[in-house]
Ligand binder design. Structure first.
Ligand SMILES: NC(=O)c1ccc[n+]([C@@H]2O[C@H](COP(=O)([O-])OP(=O)(O)OC[C@H]3O[C@@H](n4cnc5c(N)ncnc54)[C@H](OP(=O)(O)O)[C@@H]3O)[C@@H](O)[C@H]2O)c1
Length: 248
């Protein structure tokens, strides 16, 4: 018996990092999976692995989460394929940094389009299926910097702060429909997104993590299993930190 047996789950941005590890853990727990990513074919290795290791019923969907019609088509194919959606993990996200005075309009729009507006859009689409079945778990990925702020990360911090706020708002609105909405706020997690800031900066930031190590994608994926499963059946509107006791 897996914690997610027969639950239909959609994970955005599953090609690498936290999303890929979450797909692995969900598959291990018996989930039926829809995994999404941006680049056609990028999910092939993951699909092969999940089918071979766990015999997972897994479907890849390729689209840019900022494209409203493509996101709608993706949800429609979930509806057509399995007639329901139990779990949505809004994982796809980007981090683009610049100091105050150097923040351009493109950076601003790119970050908010993916990290905030696409998340709201996906919640609205998922709600259509989940409200009908009167159940569902929506999980968003905020960040420690969305709660605390970080110098040099005004836009990314603001976008992840918005994710925390919209999670709480959606939880209040959707609870009467049986839909739970929670978020996690990871600290320094060892993925490509983090590696992009460079080894020196990572080591500098690591000094502020009391557990003395980077988080691994599995550290996040395990909490997402809990939030997706019935173990968290009375948990909604929460932002769970996953940061090894870090300060920003
Ligand atoms: N790593 C950390 O320290 C950390 C900390 C706090 C929060 N987070 C959040 O955790 C989430 C996952 O981060 P990660 O570290 O796993 O990042 P990652 O390794 O960069 O993976 C991000 C994934 O999202 C996909 N993606 C990005 N933009 C997309 C778009 N417009 N449409 C569809 N897919 C898109 C990427 O696809 P491509 O491969 O095609 O680009 C990639 O598969 C993000 O929301 C991030 O902000 C990460």
């Amino acid at each position: 018996m897996g914690l997610l047996d027969s639950k239909v789950c959609l994970i955005t941005g599953a090609g690498r990092g936290i999303g890929r590890e979450t797909a692995r853990r969900f598959a291990e727990e018996g989930a039926i999976l829809y995994v999404t990513d941006y680049l056609e074919g990028s999910l092939d290795p993951l699909i092969g692995e999940l089918k071979e290791k766990y015999h997972t019923d897994v479907t890849p969907l390729y689209f840019d989460v900022t494209e409203e019609s493509a996101a709608k088509a993706a949800i429609m194919s979930v509806k057509k394929g399995h007639g329901r959606l139990d779990v949505l993990v809004n994982n796809a996200g980007i981090m683009r940094d610049n100091v105050i005075g150097m923040i351009g309009q493109k950076l601003l729009h790119d970050v908010f389009d993916i990290n905030v507006f696409a998340v709201i859009n996906m919640i609205q689409l998922a709600n259509k299926l989940m409200s009908r079945q009167r159940s569902g778990s929506i999980i968003n990925i905020s960040s420690i910097v969305g709660l605390e702020g970080a110098a040099g990360q005004l836009v990314y911090s603001a976008s992840k702060g918005a994710v925390a706020a919209l999670t709480k708002a959606a939880a209040k609105e959707l609870a009467p429909n049986g839909i739970r909405v929670n978020a996690v706020a990871p600290g320094l997690i060892n993925t490509g997104l983090l590696q992009a800031i460079g080894e020196n900066k990572i080591q500098e930031n690591l000094k502020n993590v009391k557990m003395g190590r980077l988080g691994e994608p599995i550290d996040v994926a395990n909490v997402l299993v809990f939030l997706a499963s019935d173990l968290s059946g009375y948990v909604t509107g929460e932002i769970i930190g996953i940061d090894g006791e870090a300060t920003v």
